[in-house]
Design a protein around this ligand. Structure first.
Ligand code: MGD
Ligand code: MGD
Ligand code: SF4
Ligand code: MO
Length: 688
């Protein structure tokens, strides 16, 4: 019998996840048979998540789009007919030329976000739309408030790489669902069980509680008050590191004078955390030499999210933990230098006019409704699923249904957004692409070449933009390169960080593979003064203080919508990714809402019952999950559900508003209020 050849090829995970795991693909007869973790990779030596363990199931999914499609029925009806790439490109570019002639290039809105995070595929569209002079999307959907707030205190300083956490002696996991989003770091922390204390501060802990020694449930959007009260205790009890604060920070004296009223008793009223628990937390935190705060992004997605993060970062400085290995803060950006010159890919120099219209990603609904007086006549979506990931779902879908909106979606599956497209273009998976992968949660860098050929007529973002550029008559050399040549171009123009690498590591990048980059020096403070800015004169509120979130303010004003609604990541999906996987979706089931036992009892809601959450924006159905492990008055939905998993057709984001965070113009996904009730009347009509 003839023996079949199985090749093991290296690739990387392209998704929006702080680990960017190295993967080994077993390839047989040009098909991926199995995918497992690359044990030689600096992060995925700890394994990969269950989602990616069967990457091949997504790559060869029966639902994958394999040819370009043209709409053949009403918008949103899901009727499409196959067309050739030639026809699709001609139709798209003819339409764009007409729109540009009539309304100018700013009538075209490119819309992309985090579907693919490797640099060439993520940023090549920018070059194309810069050349066109199209409107610019402000991409502030994820955690820009966290980023801006961290930078306002620490500038370019790199925080802890999670691999440094092995040296920490105390862990505060603050607003992160680590089992979903930081699996490899959780494996490391769990190894310390019994030796080092691990405390979770979250709005809910079901089922996360089992991973930690203590869970502190906090009222959403109030973490700033907790951080202030901890600092109050540290000051009153002489536990702050005066020498460190005076040497490495600026503004300490002025700020400490504001801490007097921030007693644990005051914070208890804001946060719902008992004063005694706050005191004990502050003392234990101070008793540790190298405590680490592992900061998620959840508490930054609020009207006061930037301020909250500022206060937590400042708190992490108070005991001087940053001086010791493993001490300080993890979860912001550990990298303090550029690994890749992304301008080589996004080409800001292609834009001839400096002024351009910008549209905030969180306000797509208003932009499609003609919010700023200038129409959006065409929308080009790639690597994103706005019909389900951005706020105001009902209004976004209303906009997508506009007959005069020409929508093109480059996708791998018929997502909620693709359903409304005029043209769908079939996209590739990372295993079929060349790219360079900068990890955002660790100091690692990698490159990968395709491990298999793309099936059908699927094309990568790079190849698609090159075809569209040819159709538009753009003659820059940039658009004549192959994806492989683009990767070589990037490696031939290395940043300083890459130039300084030993030859062996450069060879790995040329051949395909991952390398570890040096950790940052956390005391090389990357601000202009070389000190952490407790007070930042460049901000509207230079001295940090406690501010209420939007919901916090509303709660004081009226009780119409008493339940605070927020989102948390799911272990079974990653935003819209993996929802093609029936095995994972079966484990997750229908759209669920986690609520407190007492809130449920008050409304005669039983575990497992179908309920409605509603506010002035919409009304959405969920299956109730009733638990004691959630802050009272809080409701949490894990992950983004497919429409067919949402009874009534609407998903979580029908209930979220377009309001922006206080810093970074980011999403306030977690800062909305609803009322909930058991279903006792006919079905609410779904957006069609
Ligand atoms: N499996 C899986 N992995 C993922 C993702 C996913 O969807 N699934 N998403 C990816 C993406 S896009 C990102 S941005 C990253 C990070 O993803 P993020 O969405 O930032 O998730 P985390 O930081 O893990 O968790 C946020 C946590 O904050 C909590 N939270 C919300 N509000 C508050 C608050 O006011 N106070 C406190 N203390 N906690 C609060 C929520 O309950 C939630 O558990 O993960 C990535 N990885
Ligand atoms: N309710 C709720 N809403 C949320 C969140 C939440 O937890 N709950 N999380 C928020 C966060 S943190 C984020 S970052 C955003 C993410 O929001 P989006 O950026 O919209 O991300 P996804 O929903 O993952 O959609 C990515 C799409 O890109 C496609 N794709 C993948 N690779 C490629 C490729 O190479 N080329 C092309 N053309 N397409 C590709 C995938 O098939 C997928 O449908 O959502 C935000 N919205
Ligand atoms: S989704 Fe995250 S944990 Fe899972 S394989 Fe990808 S990088 Fe690793
Ligand atoms: Mo995100």
């Amino acid at each position: 019998m003839e023996k079949t050849m199985v090749e093991i090829k290296k690739t990387l995970c392209p998704y929006d996840c702080p680990s960017t795991c190295g993967l080994l693909a077993e390839v047989e007869h040009g098909r991926i048979r199995r995918v497992r973790n690359d044990p030689a990779h600096p992060v995925s030596c700890n394994g990969i998540c269950r989602k990616m363990q069967h990457y091949e199931k997504s790559v060869y999914s029966k639902d994958r789009i394999l040819t370009p499609l043209r709409r053949s029925g009403k918008k949103g009806s899901g009727s499409f007919v196959p067309v050739s790439w030639e026809e699709a490109v001609r139709e798209i570019t003819d339409r764009w030329k007409l729109i540009i002639e009539e309304s100018g290039p700013q009538a075209v809105l490119p819309f992309s976000y985090s579907g693919v995070m490797s640099d060439i595929q993520q940023y090549c569209g920018d070059a194309f739309f810069n050349r066109m002079g199209a409107s610019v999307l402000e991409r502030t959907l994820c955690a820009p408030a966290k980023e801006a707030a961290y930078r306002s205190v620490a500038g370019k300083t790199g925080c802890l790489d999670p691999r440094e956490l092995k040296d920490s002696d105390f862990y505060i996991i603050w607003g992160s669902n680590m089992a979903a989003t930081r699996l490899q770091a959780l494996v490391d922390i769990n190894r310390e069980k019994g030796r080092k204390k691990r405390i979770l501060i979250n709005t809910y802990a079901d089922p996360a509680a089992r991973h930690y020694d203590q869970v502190i449930l906090i009222r959403p959007g109030t973490d700033g008050a907790l951080a202030l009260a901890i600092m109050h205790v540290l000051e009153k009890e002489g536990l702050s590191d005066q020498a460190f604060l005076r040497t490495y920070t600026e503004g300490y004296e002025i700020f400490r004078a504001t801490l007097d009223p921030c007693t644990p008793e005051w914070a208890e009223k804001e946060t719902g955390v008992r004063a005694q628990v706050i005191r004990q937390l502050a003392r234990e935190y101070a008793a540790a030499k190298a405590p680490a705060v592992i900061l998620g992004s959840g508490n930054s997605r609020y009207g006061n999210g930037g301020m909250t993060v500022r206060l937590i970062v400042i708190m992490s400085l108070f005991t001087g933990a940053w001086q010791y290995p493993g001490g300080g803060l993890c979860g912001c950006t550990p990298v303090d230098t550029a690994y890749v010159d992304t301008d080589l890919i996004s080409r800001p120099d292609f834009r001839s006019k400096k002024e351009h219209r910008t549209i905030n990603i969180n306000q797509l609904a208003s932009a499609l409704a003609g919010g700023d007086g200038q129409p959006v006549r065409s929308l080009y979506v790639y690597g994103a699923n706005p019909a389900n990931t951005v706020s105001c779902q009902d209004r976004v879908i209303k906009g997508l249904r506009r007959e005069d909106l020409f929508t093109v979606v480059h996708e791998r599956f018929v997502t909620e957004t693709a359903l409304y497209a005029d043209i769908i273009l079939p996209a590739t998976f990372s295993a079929e692409q060349h790219d360079i992968y900068r990890c955002y949660g660790y100091c690692t860098l990698g490159t990968a070449k395709p491990v298999v050929r793309a099936p059908g007529d699927c094309k990568s973002n790079w190849d698609t933009f090159c075809l569209l550029a040819a159709g538009m008559g753009y003659e820059e050399d940039y658009f004549a390169r192959t994806e492989e040549e683009m990767l070589a171009h990037i490696l031939n123009h290395p940043t300083r960080a890459v130039r300084l690498l030993p030859e062996e590591k450069k060879r790995i990048l040329r051949e395909g593979g991952s390398i570890s980059m040096p950790f940052s020096d956390h005391l090389k403070v990357g601000t202009s003064s070389g000190r952490f800015r407790i007070i930042n004169e460049g901000l509207p509120d230079p001295v940090p203080c406690y501010m209420l979130s939007y919901s916090g303010r509303e709660a004081l004003e009226d009780e119409k919508y008493p339940i605070h609604l927020l989102a948390s990541p799911s272990v079974y999906s990653l935003n819209s990714e993996f929802r093609d996987r029936e095995d994972l979706m079966a484990l997750r089931g229908p759209q669920k809402l986690i609520i407190h036992t007492l809130d449920a009892r008050q409304r005669r809601i039983k575990n497992g019952q179908i309920i409605e959450a509603y506010n002035d924006l919409s009304c959405v159905r969920f299956k109730a999950v009733v638990t004691d492990n959630i802050a009272r008055g809080t409701a949490v939905c894990e992950g983004i559900y497919r429409r067919d998993c949402c009874s009534g057709g609407r998903a979580f984001n029908a209930l979220t508003s377009e309001r922006l965070s206080d810093m970074g113009e980011g999403t306030t996904l977690n800062d909305n209020r609803v009322q909930i009730r058991p279903i006792s009347h006919g079905p609410s009509s779904a957006p069609d």
